[in-house]
Design a protein around this ligand. Sequence first.
Ligand code: SF4
Length: 329
Amino acid sequence: MEQNNNLQEKWLAKIKNIITAYTRNRAPDPFMIWFRQKDSEEFFADDFERVLAILIDARFDQRTTAEKALKNTITVVNQEALKRLIPREQITLLIPRQGMTAEKWTDLFYSSLSRLHKLARKIVARKEWDAAELLDSMLHDFKVPYLGVKTSRLAVRWLHELVPNLKIDMTTYKIPVDSLVYRLACRIGIIDPSIDKYHGEDSPADLKIQSFAKQVFPDKPYLLDEPLWSTGRQAIRGGHCFPKNPDCNGCLFQSICRKRSLDIDPAKLGIDTEYMPRRVKHVPNSKHRAIRQDQARFAEFVEELKQKGIRGKEYREKTMQWVREHRDK
Ligand code: SF4
């Protein structure tokens, strides 16, 4: 019994070391680099502006890359989105997220901005928060369109790390369980898919994963999240632990993994799909393909303008002209 306990403790210590090294060596998030740089230049007038910049970027950071989200954030911040509700016609077209046009994505940002301002005001009105309570308030009291569960959790982490005046108790932070996190938790040996079923918050698998995260990192349970989901991604995105036949060679967890359920997808066995975000397989038709090509061309055009140093009014005019011309076509 004692020997088992010792082995378990050694195993936990190894996982902790792996995740600590991963966190230390990972490429810093482009938004955090930009934010810290701006903060050191005293760009933000107060905590309200700091919080609002974080909320804006977290909202953009979905179904797109962190770099594109940051470009949009910089665009609207340069147009004084931290200081006022910008009229729609003054907002430069934004780089759209997947499956949306630039115009639509810009319209949606415009209609979300007043809620983002209100949410930022509510957050800075208190100096102390509990992570779970803050998340709940973001998701249920304010319901900013396109600031969903994942992006809100990202915002809570950034608020915790980037706004020192806000004291957020992260011990109540829950890592989001999706099929990637569930699969990794099974393969590594944190849960057993035949016993620990997932059917939403506080289901057996959820409780075990959250308590494991707290056992390894009592003050920072969120550190467990990214190493798990990023290892579960497709090979093209640097993942290793696929639904079937994972590629264990070079995997972050290779030295400690118990390699369970390698020939089946554990998520299919243990997750009640009713509780997972629905991922409808999207087969693009010709209209969708045209939108995507347009988005890619627009992003290239924006990049070109930036490379040439074109900014301000000229930038706005050129992007509007681009849209007019392409809409006509
Ligand atoms: S070692 Fe293999 S089974 Fe374990 S997490 Fe990595 S890829 Fe998955």
